[in-house]
Design a protein around this ligand. Sequence first.
Ligand SMILES: NC(=O)C1=CN([C@@H]2O[C@H](COP(=O)(O)OP(=O)(O)OC[C@H]3O[C@@H](n4cnc5c(N)ncnc54)[C@H](O)[C@@H]3O)[C@@H](O)[C@H]2O)C=CC1
Ligand SMILES: O=C(O)[C@@H]1CCC=N1
Length: 262
Amino acid sequence: MFKVGLIGCGNMGEAIVKGLSRKIKSTDIIVSDINPERVEYMVEKYNVAGSSSNRRVVENSEIVILAVKPKDLEETVSPINDSFKGKVVVSVLAGISIPKLKNLMKDSFIVRAMPNTPALVGEGAIGVSFENDSPEIKEKIIDLLSSLGTVVEVDEKLMDVVTGLSGSGPAYVFMFIEGLIQGGIKGGLSYNQSRELAVQTVLGAAKMLKETGEHPSILRDKVSSPGGTTIYALHRLEEKGFKDAVISAVEEATKRSKELSK
Ligand SMILES: NC(=O)C1=CN([C@@H]2O[C@H](COP(=O)(O)OP(=O)(O)OC[C@H]3O[C@@H](n4cnc5c(N)ncnc54)[C@H](O)[C@@H]3O)[C@@H](O)[C@H]2O)C=CC1
Ligand SMILES: O=C(O)[C@@H]1CCC=N1
């Protein structure tokens, strides 16, 4: 019996497997995908077990992680729904509610998680909701998911916001970093110099927030010397509606997650 079976070896599935292999032996993980090349790649790269059969993955695993796209959920689960009996199923599918999952896999325990791709380097942000308050299962799943990064339990009603904030959030940060890099290049730095400086600036700022617990506005003020460069840049960002754009981005992704759940 494998500790974890994962169905769907795409971007998120790979990040999850990479993250989990920090906590459990890769030989305790089995994966499947309709694309045999993805299974082969995962077996080669992460030394996990692989199968062409979703049923085999489910029947031979204690915990089953679903990492297919929302549109593929029914065709993935319906043909093998009897195999989920007695299993703990962790779904990472955006917008798919616990009741909807329970309806498809009646005799299993449903966990809904919203990770993000930094799970690949063990620095993910993972929102998690449980179908009920079973302490044993909660402890086991939170311990397992903690290998992917920081786990935050939320009421399932807020899972769409988690998706909009941290599920999709890495993409917003990548776009911001791209802008920093292009700003550096515009000023004459090489791509590599700009990339190095931009990535470390974002990493450093996030680490400061994490370690000081300070409000972002306090740390932002500490950079803004009176009459200096930063306040001019911040004024420009306000003129361009930077913060409003970020808030709207989270709102739009949240809205889309709600639409996916219809
Ligand atoms: N990419 C991300 O940053 C995040 C994705 N998610 C969720 O993770 C899920 C997967 O997203 P991605 O990895 O980005 O998509 P993806 O398209 O990269 O991966 C999905 C995989 O599922 C496989 N698949 C499709 N139907 C299947 C079936 N019937 N049986 C077995 N495998 C099947 C596909 O071949 C593909 O490899 C989605 O539900 C998404 O909402 C959640 C958080 C973050
Ligand atoms: O874009 C998506 O639908 C998935 C869910 C959160 C991040 N990627």
